[in-house]
Ligand binder design. Structure first.
Ligand code: ACO
Length: 322
């Protein structure tokens, strides 16, 4: 039996740190409002000209080094992003060229904040079927490029960063199960106003911006994430207490607290980065995973639940033995 197993992780945050107090200067908001409603204190913004693939390159090289393989060993790249550098080549192919590996499939996955869970699930299937030996799974976003800084309800939330994992074939179980869901009927609650075939008017200078009905998103997110946690436990015949670590999408501390409560889990067993990173969409889960591994909290053998919820809506979870 071949399984897929996480061999190494890496991440990258841009140098510029933006504290809530800096946002107070450009919009009508307050540090205390942002902290209370979201848990966010500061976040990182990409430099002018710094792109999604630039950040992914650093995260990917760190993951490859941690895995103890060489870039040439990577035979699959699945790149989750809602903010690719270009429409094409896809971000996975651009990353492939930067890393110097070639020939294997490389593609991007667009599932908003659930993108990394979707990408992990896809890569797991390639590896278990024998079609890939060392997959690079990436989540990277420059959300500040689609943030409307005149909209205080969203501008305080979103940020930039990248995370990556090397997922390799193994005789030992690693990814135990993945669970993906979506419901397009909710698309008006969280979306980007422009793409390519819609909402973009060349020559007008119009840009695409995130729009969100935060309160409604919050309610559905908590319900769906609660359901998917039940699904993971049932599929693996486990009790809540069997899960050692929760690595959630970092959208809002209150959503994270609700999922931890559902698992009867102390927040000491949750990797929380939202306070210093904000919401980095598809990058947030691999960023948090890398944080928990590199600071020594998540250890080999630990049972880890990854989960995310995002625009669409899309949502999902994965249970992983480290
Ligand atoms: N600063 C100060 N006041 C603000 C701000 C701000 N930045 N934004 C909104 N307000 C005001 C509102 O205008 C409103 O004022 P009113 O009562 O006078 O009308 C008041 O604060 C309350 O606004 P709500 O939107 O009801 O506040 P809520 O408690 O719901 O918090 C928030 C808003 C943080 C967006 C919350 O709803 C949330 O986190 N929702 C989930 C969003 C989310 O997680 N999205 C990401 C998931 S998917 C993805 O990652 C893309």
């Amino acid at each position: 039996m071949t399984y897929s197993r996480i061999l190494g992780t890496g991440s990258y945050l841009p140098a510029r740190v933006v504290h809530n107090t800096e946002l107070e200067e450009v919009m009508e908001t307050s540090d205390s409002w942002i902290r209370e409603r979201t848990g966010i204190v500061s976040r990182h913004y990409a430099a002018d000209g710094e792109t999604t693939v630039d950040m992914a390159e650093v995260a990917a090289k760190r993951a490859i080094e941690a895995a103890g393989i060489s870039a040439a060993d990577i035979d699959l790249i699945v790149f989750a992003t809602a903010t690719p550098d270009l429409v094409f080549p896809n971000a996975g192919v651009m990353l492939q060229a930067r890393l110097g590996c070639r020939g294997g499939p490389a593609f991007s996955v667009e599932a908003a904040c659930s993108g990394f869970i979707y990408a992990l699930s896809i890569a797991d299937k390639f590896v278990r079927s024998g079609e890939a030996k060392h997959a690079l799974v990436v989540g990277s976003e420059t959300l500040t490029r689609i943030t409307d800084f005149t909209d205080r309800t969203t501008a305080i939330l979103f940020a930039d960063g990248a995370g990556a994992v090397v997922l390799s074939a193994s005789q030992q179980p690693g990814v135990l199960s993945t669970h993906l869901h979506s419901d397009g009927h909710y698309q008006d609650l969280l979306y980007c106003t422009g793409g390519v075939s819609k909402g973009y008017e060349p020559g007008t200078g119009n840009r695409a911006f995130i729009r969100m009905a935060g309160r409604e998103v919050f309610k559905v997110a908590v319900t769906m994430l609660g359901n998917v946690v039940d699904e993971v436990l049932a599929a693996n015949n486990l009790q809540k207490s069997d899960i050692k670590w929760l690595v959630p999408h970092q959208a809002n501390i209150r959503i994270i607290q609700a999922v931890a409560k559902k698992l009867d889990m102390s927040l000491d067993n949750v990797i929380i980065t939202v306070q210093e990173q904000g919401n980095t969409s598809a990058a947030s889960v691999p960023l948090a995973l890398d944080t928990g591994i590199r600071d020594g909290r998540i250890k080999p053998g630990d049972l880890v639940l990854l989960e995310a919820f995002g625009g669409g809506f899309t949502w999902g979870a994965s249970l992983v033995r480290m």
